[in-house]
Ligand binder design. Structure first.
Ligand code: SAH
Ligand code: SF4
Length: 385
């Protein structure tokens, strides 16, 4: 009996792994129009379906009651609709909410909601784990399980919008105002799906975010920075985290492939639309990169770049061997940047009580928990495409 159950389970897993039906959640409006035309439907149906999927965030075809039953049955046979399942929700005393979502194949990914008086931001994941392997980052200890599909990236936004409306945090269709790709994974290592997800999220028949309110953070995949600059209009954030190549090589193995001079050249060449600035994230690690000498070097490196610096005091992860800087070191570092006319802020740590702060996204007790597993070999990032 057990064996039968196991083989039935395996068959289901195989079936879903082999499910090559197009995912309605991952198709742009033009592709939906083509699909519906082939089914003999009138053109306006495509927009109607797209709005169900991306404006209302429908969970299933059954919700789409203004589409005729035979059409829904046809769509159910020929397509699938990715919807993430909410596996957990943790609410912080400061209003931050961390959701863990379960994908159809049982992977867990996280999104974090960060409410502020003037904006409501969702921090999104783009991969299950991350292959970049930064030595201070909890997600980096997981290695990469797989890329998220465009459908899985956008559905984090849909599930969050719906849940926030339920919690009275705003009204449908879109309580959220801003998106930051700063969750699990390296967004530019999943460039194709990231780009499609951005297209869907900006679409006026979908959630219709403004490109001014969408920021993609990268650890420095240089060739894809230029590509993102030419193919999208969203904002760029770069995790710099060091002021010399030796320091950065030790913290972010990707630096050996794309050293700082190349990274900063790519930033200089990034289109500065309407005076838009590039955000440089700088995680302050006690005794590693938090000296006044570092602050001076950082100001020097960023000279001539329309930059703002986000200082992130390290959120300690047990087992990784790094410590948070002292409050005095943080203040002195900030003052040194300001004295050199740089725009800089210290990022408030949010959701610390629920492990939702920067670099703490990984499943507790799961493969990403360093208490369970030693650090894997550092992997270098393959160019995605
Ligand atoms: N992979 C992308 C997107 C993730 S953003 C990137 O690295 O840019 C995650 C941000 O949190 C990065 O700026 C990273 O440097 C920072 N970070 C990682 N671990 C951290 C920690 N433990 N404390 C504070 N910041 C951390
Ligand atoms: Fe990956 Fe970013 Fe963490 Fe580095 S900091 S391991 S790139 S998620």
């Amino acid at each position: 009996m057990r064996a039968m159950e196991a083989s039935a389970k395996a068959a289901t897993a195989l079936k879903s792994a082999r499910d090559e039906r197009p995912d309605l959640r991952g198709l742009p409006l033009s592709a939906l129009a083509g699909l519906l035309a082939r089914l003999g439907e009138r053109p306006f149906r495509a927009r109607q379906l797209f709005r169900w999927v991306h404006r209302k965030g429908a969970e299933s075809l059954d919700e789409m009651t203004d589409l005729a039953r035979p059409l829904r049955a046809e769509l159910a046979a020929r397509t699938r609709l990715t919807t993430l399942e909410r596996a957990s929700e943790l609410r912080s005393a400061d209003g931050t909410i961390k959701w863990t979502w379960r994908t159809h194949d049982g992977k867990l990914v996280e999104s974090v909601y960060l409410p502020e008086p003037e904006r409501k931001t969702l921090c999104l994941s783009t991969q299950v784990g991350c292959a970049v392997g930064c030595t201070f980052c909890l997600t980096g200890t997981m290695g990469l399980a797989r890329n998220l599909t465009a459908a899985e990236i956008v559905d984090q936004v849909h599930r969050a919008n719906r849940r926030l409306a339920e919690l009275g945090e705003g009204s449908l269709p879109r309580p959220l105002t801003n998106l930051v790709f700063m969750g699990m994974g390296e967004p530019l290592a999943n460039y194709r799906n990231l780009k499609l997800a951005i297209e869907l999220l900006l679409c006026e028949d979908g959630p219709h975010f403004s490109h001014r309110h969408v920021t993609v953070s990268t650890s420095g995949l240089v060739p894809l920075i230029a590509r993102m600059g030419s193919e999208t209009q969203v904002k760029l954030a770069v995790s710099l985290n060091a002021t010399t190549d030796a320091q950065r090589d030790a913290l972010m193995p990707l630096n050996r492939r794309y050293p700082m001079a190349e990274l900063l050249a790519a930033c200089r060449a990034f289109p500065a639309r309407n005076g838009r600035r590039i955000t440089f994230e700088y995680v302050l690690l006690r005794g590693v990169n938090d000296s006044l000498e570092d602050a001076r070097r950082l100001a020097h490196l960023l000279r001539g770049i329309a930059a703002k610096v986000n200082l992130i005091p390290y959120n300690e992860n047990p087992g990784l061997g790094f410590e948070a800087p002292s409050p005095e070191a943080v203040q002195a570092f900030l003052d040194a940047l300001l004295a050199r006319n740089l725009t800089a802020v210290v990022r408030k740590s949010r959701g610390l009580d629920i492990s939702a702060a920067c670099g703490q996204l990984a499943r507790e007790g799961g493969p990403g928990d360093p208490r369970r597993r030693a650090r894997p070999r550092l992997t270098s990032q393959a160019d995605p495409r």
